[in-house]
Write a new protein. Structure first.
Length: 201
């Protein structure tokens, strides 16, 4: 298989993976330009697509590693070619921004989106974006500690309650319904029964 064919084959696989990961059908509902602009502003304000910044660099790195492994003698030309091609494709990032804006516009009204953008561009909103992940990690730690504590206390309290209920069930009856123990002669031997008196003649 030639180098060109291998590049094409690998690129098709990457493209298919990317389509499955980020593509979504465009809604038939008409979205006004003003609504879409509000959505774009909200997407930018909350950094909604920042997590996808590494998609193209990672795809380029994976492609270079694959091709260099099969053609180590062409490492320099492979690296240069893939990097230049990746730079040409960088402009297509706007396609993702548009799809993200459409996704938000389908769910939020223009007013909602404007409010979102206003808040997240404010100092408080910026602080939430910056420090929110730190707070989330702290909450996760607290929840883990709380989970262990609540599970421990549940087990202990349930164990005590079950022990008390089992003890009550197994305790002897004390309402007088139990038959009295037979009388003894003092040595532990049951005393002989006293005969009933003979009937009078």
């Amino acid at each position: 298989m030639t180098l060109v064919n291998r590049v094409r084959r690998f690129s098709v696989g990457l493209a298919a993976s990317a389509i499955v990961a980020i593509a979504s059908p465009v809604s038939a509902q008409e979205i006004s330009d003003a609504h879409l602009k509000a959505a774009r502003d909200a997407v930018a304000a909350i950094n909604a697509t920042d997590m996808y910044d590494t998609i193209l660099p990672q795809a380029a790195a994976a492609l270079k590693a694959e091709l260099i492994q099969k053609n180590p003698d062409l490492q320099a030309v492979i690296t240069s070619t893939v990097d230049q091609t990746a730079l040409k494709l960088a402009g297509r990032r706007t396609d993702l921004e548009k799809e993200a804006a459409l996704a938000y516009a389908r769910v939020f009204s223009a007013e909602d989106l404007n409010n979102i953008a206003t808040f997240y561009t404010s100092p408080t909103g910026q602080k939430l974006l910056q420090d929110g992940p730190i707070v989330s990690r702290e909450v996760a730690k607290a929840a883990e500690i709380w989970q262990r504590g609540i599970a421990r206390d549940l087990a202990e309290a349930s164990g005590k309650e079950l022990a008390a209920q089992v003890k009550d069930v197994q305790a002897p009856a004390t309402d007088g319904s139990q038959a009295p123990a037979p009388a003894t002669d003092g040595s532990g031997t049951p005393a002989p029964e006293t005969p009933a008196p003979a009937p009078a003649n």
